[in-house]
Design a protein around this ligand. Structure first.
Ligand code: ZN
Length: 319
């Protein structure tokens, strides 16, 4: 597996180098599944400007204080929600795990910062399909608002970088989360690529040093929950969308994407567990069918809330 990951990293690196230096086609260096991850318009910054190191003390203090929060009802809520949408076996497993470790947790004093990418004058990636124009900014916001609703139902406090179609500067997003005293940062985007066969969700973490959290582990919570959406029964969806055609989510770092020393701007808060979710590829027909579906967006929102729950319990905020 490590060899595969290394190979993918090498392909990524070569493809980026290739694109930067020679302008050749990225698709030529891969098979359509191992390359890709465009959407560079929004997320990348250069070498040092991305780091936000101030206010770390404040955020840490906040998190510590919240560890004393009383525990109560989330387990029941989560199990019920999961039971209606995914496999029974999963419910049983999760119920057992959560119940034994945190029977009385309520995350009401935990703040989740949701960052719908782009907005306003920056629509992100765009695709016109069958005469309808779809923009990344709209889909990001739609998913984020659904995730907000799901998280608030479970007792989390949610703060967003934007709740309408307005412009928010890229480098201001992580500081906004720090100012809000956020405990987790989740940026939501849609990908695009020059080759239409490239598809699937991707969870990006940062390779910055000095993080207060395990970045890859945090991103993996989200990948696992996205993969569970593949189990959603088709009969529950009036659009009859084939969610099982959704590819397994991949976890990668900004180093894999851009090379050593280049970072995703939105993951700049070293003291807040942060992830950038690329929901899927607007340039892939199957992904677009899912991305534009309000039903699928609802499942994604639930997956995000489930991942937050998993991270919350495992990171022992409540202990
Ligand atoms: Zn984006």
């Amino acid at each position: 597996m490590k060899k595969i990951v290394s190979l993918i990293a090498i392909i990524f690196t070569f493809a980026l180098f290739c694109a930067l230096v020679t302008g050749c086609d990225l698709a030529a260096s891969g098979d359509g599944t191992t390359t890709g991850s465009a959407d560079t318009s929004a997320s990348i910054v250069g070498t040092t400007s991305a780091d936000v190191t101030t206010q770390g003390t404040t955020a840490t203090t906040t998190a510590t204080t919240k560890k004393t929060t009383a525990k109560t009802t989330t387990v029941t809520t989560k199990v019920t929600t999961t039971a209606t949408t995914t496999a029974t076996t999963k419910v049983t497993t999760k119920a057992t795990t959560k119940a034994t470790t945190s029977t009385t947790v309520t995350p009401k004093n935990i703040t989740i910062f949701l960052d719908p990418g782009h907005g306003g004058s920056d629509p992100g990636v765009i695709r016109t399909y069958e005469g309808v124009e779809y923009t990344e900014a709209d889909m990001n916001l739609s998913v984020a608002l659904k995730a907000k609703e799901a998280l608030e139902k479970r007792g989390y406090t949610v703060v967003m970088s934007r709740e309408t179609d307005k412009y928010v500067a890229l480098n201001s997003r992580a500081p906004m989360a720090q100012n809000a005293g956020a405990d987790m940062f989740i940026s939501i985007h849609v990908n695009s690529f020059s080759t239409s066969s490239v598809a699937g969700p991707r969870m990006y973490y940062t390779h910055r040093t000095g993080l207060s959290y395990a970045a890859r582990d945090f991103a993996t919570y989200f990948a696992e929950e996205f993969d569970d959406i593949r189990d959603v029964p088709l009969s529950t969806d009036p659009d009859k969308l084939a969610y099982p055609n959704m590819k397994l989510a991949r976890v990668a770092s900004d180093k894999d994407l851009y090379g050593e020393g280049k970072y995703l701007a939105v993951l700049a808060a070293k003291d807040i567990p942060s992830v950038l979710i690329e929901l899927g590829f607007i340039t892939n027909d199957n992904d677009l069918m899912m991305l534009k579906s309000k039903w699928w967006q609802g499942y994604v929102a639930t997956a995000i809330a489930d991942a937050v729950d998993s991270a919350y319990y495992d990171l022992s905020y409540g202990e």
